[in-house]
Design a protein around this ligand. Sequence first.
Ligand code: NAD
Length: 261
Amino acid sequence: MLNNKKILIAGLANKHSIAAGIARAMHAQGAELAFTYQSERLKRNVEKIAEELGSSILIECDVASDQSIDMMYKELKTHWGSFDGFVHSIGYAPANELEGNFIDAATREGFQIAHDISSYSFTAMAKAAKPMLNDNAALLTLTYLGAIQSLPNYNVMGLAKASLEANTRFLAAALGPDGIRVNAISAGPIKTLAASGVKNFRKMLTSYANRAPLRRPVTTLEVGNVAAFLCSDLASGVTGEITYVDGGFNTAAMSIEEYVD
Ligand code: NAD
């Protein structure tokens, strides 16, 4: 599905990252991959997975800084003159915002950080990538149900994901005339480093598995397979969409077990 496609993966922290499942799935479909890592601390983890997937392109990039993003693309250009898209699998909010009552936990600073790192960075990465993107390129980001429904502890990340979903639609409209597609996957909860920042995440995972029609959590590889499809030419007519990979959770108001006593 992805033969001859060069795709940049941003947001790999370790083997449990959703970006790791996406990288594996894209590699299996024939993509050539490059990776960014947030800081020196995560470099070794990313290096190991990149090696396994036949990639030696690893570039540091902190999406909080436009300079860091520009330097990353400058270095990428020394390997790839142009490329076919990127995956933005990045989100962050200060830990104290992700527990307790939303109105008590919310701060101006936390709001700004969450929106900057979790939403604006997608625009920033797209803006700087544009001159290097091939025709038919595809961009992809990762969102969560908290964008459209409230739930405990997710708090300001829900607002940031709502912004990210709007960002997906506006980027799709802005880049569509150039043939570039922009989509998002709304993944079900998966135990990763970022997820462990949300208080009582384990409980969320249990209640999710009880209600989801498939009655189990999704895997990063299942998210990856849909990511591979969305970034391939098989999805050439799809842009601006939020695609759910959540075992059907968002489609079910209640499970039979919750309803019957
Ligand atoms: P993860 O911790 O493995 O990945 C998050 C990544 O964001 C890390 O690689 C981290 O380095 C990166 N990041 C944070 N701040 C950054 C910065 N300033 N510059 C560069 N990179 C930065 O966790 P994950 O669950 O794989 O998260 C990936 C994406 O998937 C996030 O957007 C997350 O919100 C989203 N998501 C996760 C779940 C879940 O349950 N795990 C569900 C739906 C959506």
